[in-house]
Design a protein around this ligand. Sequence first.
Ligand SMILES: [Zn+2]
Length: 54
Amino acid sequence: MTDEPALPCADKLAFDTPEAAEATGTVSEWRYGSKLKVYRCRYCHLYHLSSNPE
Ligand SMILES: [Zn+2]
């Protein structure tokens, strides 16, 4: 058992580097036609992709 707190981003893909996130975002852009934005997560301190324009 772990007692890690549930993060709001627990169900998201997480990347160690922005480059890795960018690479996956580019593939997703080809596949789904939606531009994904890379951002650093303040909860897990890794990088995620967001499809929500701000
Ligand atoms: Zn996160």
